[in-house]
Design a protein around this ligand. Structure first.
Ligand SMILES: [Zn+2]
Length: 134
């Protein structure tokens, strides 16, 4: 039986691939959410607006966006700019809502992890097929 921490890691992997692929072109290029740098989706990262240490927003499709390593790691996620972009894309107040949500309490069960893994695995598979990527 897989431990919760193993399931979490597996979900991280598929969720990250989904985030990087959803806006990628059919040549595999995607754009960093905060600085605009274009690169291959495999070289980009899944950046979290509210840190991934907060479980309620760790797998949130608004909280997570494509980022380059420079923004994600070396500039602490460019959080201020990240928030501005989120409000522009999803509506004013989104950044604040996500911040609030991130501090709430949530428990993800083993079954839920498994369901989410299957869900994102399928999305990734379909996106790759649709765009002709590997
Ligand atoms: Zn960047």
């Amino acid at each position: 039986m897989k431990t919760i921490s193993k399931l979490k890691k597996e979900l991280d992997k598929w969720f990250s691939l989904y985030i990087r692929l959803r806006k990628a072109t059919d040549t595999g290029l995607a754009q960093c959410y905060t600085c605009g740098k274009v690169d291959h989706y495999k070289k980009l990262q899944c950046g979290h607006f509210q840190s991934r240490k907060f479980l309620p927003t760790r797998f949130n499709e608004q909280n997570c966006q494509v980022q380059c390593a420079k923004c994600n790691i070396f500039s602490q996620g460019e959080q201020w700019l990240f928030g501005i972009k989120l409000n522009k894309e999803y509506g004013l107040g989104t950044a604040q809502d996500l911040e609030f949500l991130s501090k709430s309490t949530v428990k993800i069960t083993r079954v839920e992890y498994k369901e989410n893994i299957t869900y994102y695995k399928t999305l990734v598979k379909n996106l790759k097929k649709e765009k002709g990527l590997d």
